[in-house]
Design a protein around this ligand. Structure first.
Ligand code: AMP
Length: 270
């Protein structure tokens, strides 16, 4: 589902559901689209059959929240965490700067994600307005509820956390992906995350100020090794179902988290 107001994208959502749940799911998506403060003047729904498409199953990424308050501290810690995944400080800072000023050439939010060279910060996506939209991911029966309960035990009850976790889980296994950085464009939702197949889903309570409607996603890859065809085939075409929850760890201090990374992996990229 993609909803827009005067040509400006305001909300979107995806899912994979059994055929007997399609009608109910469409109903949920429409309520979501209409629930936005600015009622959309266009809602586009696209429904594909996955008959005959092979479905890959993944375990949800492990989730940890870093105990931090404020946007500045959150962004600084996100940059540091990204350097442990292989992203340079320069590329991480560039992604933050682009998302915070509106990543589309018009200065609006993009519909999809940027692809950024992890060394230089260069943007690699062909269409900077649309970016890369990851589709065809969802939960096996009952798994979303299981994950929701685990997240709730850690005080994470917002539906956005669950949705972002599903998207980050599919994204983490994209060919050549080094890490993802994201924060929402919802002005009321300030949390964001860094995700990678190695680190899991590392959540920062605040990557922007309350009321800020700028948000976005950046996928970091190595330009030299990036295979765009394989990346797009995976993100757009391959279907992924999350068939088991990951761990939801208690909140940790950033120092504690970084010490553990250093012990496990060595030095960050500068
Ligand atoms: P959201 O977390 O839904 O507020 O989305 C934040 C930003 O991430 C949006 O402004 C888009 O730029 C991007 N985005 C949202 N959904 C997707 C998706 N399915 N695939 C790639 N990027 C997305």
């Amino acid at each position: 589902m993609s909803a827009s107001v005067r040509g400006k994208h305001v909300s979107g959502a995806e899912g994979i559901v059994p055929s007997d749940r399609v009608d109910a799911f469409i109903h949920d998506l429409l309520s979501r689209a209409r629930g936005k403060a600015a009622g959309p003047d266009e809602i586009v729904l696209s429904i594909d059959s996955l008959d005959g498409v092979s479905i890959r199953t993944l375990r949800a990424l492990d989730v940890v929240t870093l105990g931090l308050s404020g946007m500045e501290a959150g962004r600084a810690a996100a940059v540091t965490v990204l350097t442990y995944t292989g992203v340079s400080r320069r590329a991480a800072a560039e992604a933050i700067s682009i998302i915070s000023r509106g990543a589309a050439p018009s200065g609006e939010n993009m519909r999809g994600a940027m692809i950024i060279d992890a060394r230089t910060g260069e943007r690699l996506e062909a269409d900077q307005e649309r970016g890369v939209r990851v589709t065809r991911f969802g939960w096996s029966a009952g798994e979303e509820e299981k994950t929701a309960r685990k997240l709730e035990e850690r005080g994470l009850s917002h539906v956005r956390t669950r949705e972002a976790l599903a998207l980050a889980t599919k994204g983490a296994f994209a060919p050549g992906l080094i890490a993802e950085l994201c924060w929402s464009d919802d002005p009321d939702y300030t949390a964001g995350y860094v995700a990678s197949p190695v680190l899991g889903y590392v959540r920062f309570p605040s990557l922007k100020d309350f009321g800020d409607a700028k948000g976005g996603r950046a996928y970091f890859v190595s330009k030299e090794r990036f295979d765009e065809t394989a990346f797009l085939a995976y993100t757009r075409t391959e279907a992924v179902l999350i068939d088991s929850p990951g761990l939801c760890r208690p909140e940790v201090s950033p120092d504690e988290f970084l010490r553990a990374l250093e012990t496990a992996k060595g030095s960050p990229v500068r």
